[in-house]
Design a protein around this ligand. Structure first.
Ligand code: AMP
Ligand code: ZN
Length: 117
């Protein structure tokens, strides 16, 4: 997709600190981390939002979940714990419209899941 920053990272046109990649998924460090570990786990396929997941993407989304768990292990945050977030649409504050999961760890997060901006 034109003008999609994550498609450009996937195409190698924009640099990123890649921590994992395979045929369908790539994971790289967030450029503006909010935790000691802040990785974005991203399908190579351009799916704009969580709402746009199609029946044929179910295997891919399952694979994304598996890789999030594997990257958590690679980053040594699996035992202490971590948070996985996806922002869908305007109210959630989604900025990059290419599906991605934030993997956050290395600190505590408390129980506030409903913070307002
Ligand atoms: P959101 O769409 O709200 O889930 O957030 C998009 C995330 O992408 C933010 O945490 C940004 O810091 C991150 N981001 C934007 N551009 C880049 C980039 N070029 N490399 C790595 N992370 C990025
Ligand atoms: Zn894209």
């Amino acid at each position: 997709m034109e003008n999609c920053i994550f498609c450009k990272i996937i195409a190698g046109e924009v640099p990123a600190k890649v921590v994992y990649e395979d045929e369908t998924v790539i994971a790289f460090e967030d450029i503006n981390p909010v935790a000691p570990v802040h990785i974005l786990v991203v399908p190579r396929k351009h799916i704009p939002t969580f709402n746009d997941i199609q029946p044929e993407d179910r295997e891919l989304v399952g694979h994304l979940a598996w890789i999030i768990k594997e990257v958590a292990k690679q980053q040594n945050i699996d035992e202490k714990g971590y948070r996985v977030i996806t922002n869908c649409g305007e109210d959630a504050g989604q900025v990059v419209f290419h599906l991605h999961f934030h993997l956050l760890g290395g600190r505590t997060f408390g129980h506030n899941l409903v913070g307002k901006s």
